[in-house]
Design a binder for this molecule. Structure first.
Ligand code: NIG
Ligand code: FE
Length: 418
């Protein structure tokens, strides 16, 4: 079969090939993967058919139907994987941003009935059509940044009907545009007003009445473990129930305090522990032990919340914890879809090197979504989700702060209009 699509004259191909294939990259593996100079990437039926040096390109595979793109010496890499977003919501919190600029804290605003709860009011009031339109708008924004896989959490409904609607909207959005969407259930975001003071009862309702209906729809179950949200003990019980029902586990923890949520979730086999700004090094060592739980670093969140403390990315890597980087796109703590900026901030504020940060937004982010067998790498058999950048050296990726370096986005072998 001839190639459907051929990208030739790639200056540097960031293949992400070279480390283990059965678990996320840790320590030196995060920067030890292969960069191919002067190469090509060929695609067939939506998947990568071959990657190699230009000298090894087999002309017999090129026919009149092969679409040929000349990368003109630029960087070619896998589509970005965004492994933590709150994609589906209504409204915005620009007014609250003013309060934050005047010194009010994230948890104070939440305790006064604002924050997440204000987005819950807007989301409950919105129609499914409106929520879908918003989600599609944001997915289009991600696509323009070269993000080809996006996790989408529910969590702004906090009642059975609205939470189920949010997961359905994410699934519908997945069908209507090319970016791959991975739905996560975050009904346990905060305690809704109807259950005020009764967090365990709310979680019990979710576990018995909502989770059973979500099998086959949401792949992961997530919970926000924090003062003003859910305790470690309540989170443990809930995650154990979710695990028994067959869901993968995620947790928002150690965002604002060190409560021990990350280590607890890792012990239950969570696929990722997210935020980790206040994670202690002893707990990091416990997480490193299972070799599988990815710590998702979200550097745009402390930036946006005006917080001094950032996750100890360098120390986590040195301790053997696999790390990924994500935006946490949401209306409260990070209204940005710029994963390139998050990558730069992970280098500037968390001590990652450019190569580590690139692995953190591709292959390790795919591991955080249990998708590392099909996205996050440029290798034969992987989905043909490919970016051509405007840059000719990967070291410029974190350097052009806040810029979108994407020239071409290819999803499943199809060139996107940008
Ligand atoms: O990941 N921390 C909890 N949840 C989100 C923020 C949600 C919001 O503020 O609307 C986060 O930061
Ligand atoms: Fe989040």
């Amino acid at each position: 079969m001839p190639y459907d699509l051929l990208i030739r004259n790639c200056g540097q191909i960031l293949t992400l090939v070279g480390g283990p294939t059965d678990k996320p990259l840790t320590k030196s593996q995060l920067s030890d993967w292969q960069i191919l100079a002067n190469g090509f990437v060929a695609c067939e039926k939506g998947r990568i058919a071959a990657v190699g040096p230009m000298l090894e390109l087999d002309d017999s595979q090129i026919s009149a139907t092969t679409e040929i793109l000349d990368a003109q010496g630029r960087v070619v890499m896998p589509g970005l994987v965004e492994c933590h977003t709150h994609l589906v919501f209504a409204g915005n919190r620009a007014e609250e941003f003013q309060r934050k600029l005047q010194g009010e804290s994230y948890l104070d605003i939440l305790a006064s009935g604002g924050g997440i709860l204000s987005t819950v009011r807007a989301t409950r009031a919105a129609s499914a059509a409106e929520l879908l339109q918003n989600a599609l708008h944001h997915l289009d924004g991600f696509r323009r940044y070269g993000v080809t896989t996006v996790e989408a959490k529910s969590g702004y409904g906090l009642d059975k009907e609205t939470e189920l609607r949010l997961v359905r909207v994410a699934l519908e959005a997945s069908k209507r545009q090319p970016v791959r969407v991975v739905p996560t259930f975050l009904g346990a975001h905060v305690v809704p007003p109807e259950y005020k003071g009764r967090p365990a009862e709310y979680l019990h309702m979710l576990a018995t009445e909502v989770l059973p209906e979500l099998r086959g729809q949401a792949e992961f179950v997530d919970i926000f473990c924090e003062e003003g949200a859910f305790s470690v003990d309540d989170a443990r019980t809930y995650l154990q129930q979710a695990h028994a029902l067959g869901f993968g586990l995620k947790i928002h923890a150690e965002q604002l305090h060190d409560l021990g949520g990350c280590a607890m979730a890792a012990e239950l086999g969570a696929i990722s522990v997210d935020h980790v700004d206040y994670l202690s090094l002893p707990d990091a060592a416990r997480i490193a032990q299972n070799g599988r739980t990815v710590a998702v670093l979200l550097p745009l969140v402390p930036l946006f919340l005006r917080q001094e403390r950032y996750a100890l990315g360098r120390q986590l890597i040195d301790a053997g914890v696999p790390v990924a980087v994500s935006t946490d796109f949401n209306p409260g703590s990070c209204p940005s879809k710029n994963l390139w900026l998050a990558l730069s901030m992970a280098c500037l504020k968390m001590g990652l090197t450019p190569l580590e940060a690139i692995a953190a937004v591709t292959l390790n982010a795919a591991w955080a979504l249990n998708r590392a067998h099909e996205v996050g790498r440029l290798a034969e058999g992987y989905m043909a989700d490919i970016l051509i950048l405007t840059l000719d050296d990967y070291r410029q990726i974190p350097y052009w702060l806040g810029e979108n370096p994407v020239q071409e986005v290819i999803i499943g072998g199809i060139r996107q209009n940008l």
